[in-house]
Design a protein around this ligand. Structure first.
Ligand SMILES: Nc1ncnc2c1ncn2[C@@H]1O[C@H](COP(=O)(O)OP(=O)(O)OP(=O)(O)O)[C@@H](O)[C@H]1O
Ligand SMILES: [Mg+2]
Length: 323
């Protein structure tokens, strides 16, 4: 049986000036089942947004894409825009990074949702206005606020409106790119609660993109940890937290406030590598506290480790447990 969404060996290169290129996504693969929540997590610049924009066929012309994206077994990237367009928003919808700041300031929130409904042939005229009110209601915004402008909404309400817009065509997969970044802690919690109940109520599958591990731990079943354009560890969130099999996962957990309020966050020294230059060995080895000779020379492949998890670390060949 095919997965709801299966991303296979996705690569993205951006063309840069002077005939240079930047290999932003380097062979990313993951699956998503109906109603499942997968977190895509990693430091800034590791390729999270590029990966999800690649999945939705929304990258700029300067990008070249390779790999397959199967939706219920159908390769939706194979025929370019023509094969993806019928599925974008209808089956696969996205709340873009920074979406809450991208609402049109001179149009009411309701009219922007009506436009989205009409554009996708979901409803028109009065029916679209009623549906816009229902959608806003489903994200916790009273229908009487439909005719307000974005500046009359708080940050949290604008984010709710952006989520409502993504739900206009009843998608089966919602991609949310950093949906809680730039919101205060209380509002973050409310948005996470909203995503949780939308997934439960509508059976939505969620691909949650964030640099914030506690957010993933709170909401997701599984996580894919990205580093320098690759997935370096993949598996159930609990297993990654309690027994990370890649030093980067361990250090990433240590760098975020402890979920149970224990310990002091420790930052990861150094910075991720540039993706416009060739990488040698393990991309994480210059920052790794467990690196050994092989890590400098040989790129580690993502290997299955049992228990529905995998990691790309040579230490897993040496000892049973890395971190
Ligand atoms: N249009 C573009 N042209 C050239 N390079 C790009 C473009 N978009 C992204 N990149 C580069 O691709 C890499 C991955 O960027 P991406 O935005 O996917 O990272 P991210 O993990 O989403 O980071 P953040 O957490 O900051 O949102 C970075 O090196 C970035 O500079
Ligand atoms: Mg991003």
């Amino acid at each position: 049986m095919s997965s709801l969404l299966e991303v296979e060996n996705l690569h993205v290169w951006f063309e840069l000036e002077g005939e240079r290129e930047l290999h932003a996504v380097q062979g990313v693969s993951f699956t998503l089942e109906p109603g499942e929540r997968l977190g895509l997590v990693g430091e800034s610049g590791c390729g999270k947004t590029t990966s999800v924009l690649g999945v939705l066929g929304l990258l700029p012309p300067s990008a070249s894409v390779a790999g397959r994206v199967l939706l219920n077994g159908e390769d939706i990237l194979a025929g370019g825009e023509e094969t993806i367009r019928p599925h974008r928003w209808v089956d696969l919808a996205i709340v873009f990074q920074g979406a809450m700041n991208a609402l049109n300031p001179v149009k009411t929130v309701g009219s922007q949702i009506v436009e989205a409904l009409e554009l996708h042939g979901q409803a028109s005229g009065r029916a679209a206005r009623v549906r816009a009110g229902e959608l806003l209601n489903s994200v916790g915004i009273p229908a009487e606020r439909t005719d307000r402008f974005p500046h009359e909404f708080s940050g949290g309400m604008r984010q709710r409106a952006a989520i409502a817009m993504a739900l206009a065509c009843n998608p089966s997969v919602l991609v949310a790119d950093e949906p809680t970044t730039a919101l205060d802690v209380m509002v973050q919690a409310q948005i996470l609660e909203l995503l949780d109940s939308l997934c439960n109520d509508f059976g939505l599958a969620l691909l949650l993109v964030t640099h914030d591990l506690p957010v993933v731990a709170e909401l997701c079943d599984r996580a894919a940890v990205m580093y320098a354009g690759e997935i370096v560890e993949y598996g159930p969130v609990d297993a990654l937290y309690h027994e990370p099999r890649h030093p980067y996962t361990r250090l990433l957990f240590a760098a975020t406030p402890d979920l149970y309020g224990r310990g002091v966050p420790v930052s990861i020294p150094g910075a991720p590598p540039r993706l416009d230059l060739p990488l040698y060995g393990c991309p994480f080895h210059p920052r790794c506290d467990r690196a050994f000779t092989r890590c400098k020379d040989e790129h580690p492949a993502l290997k299955e480790l049992g228990g529905s998890r995998s990691a790309a670390c040579h230490l897993n060949d040496v000892v049973a447990k890395t971190a």
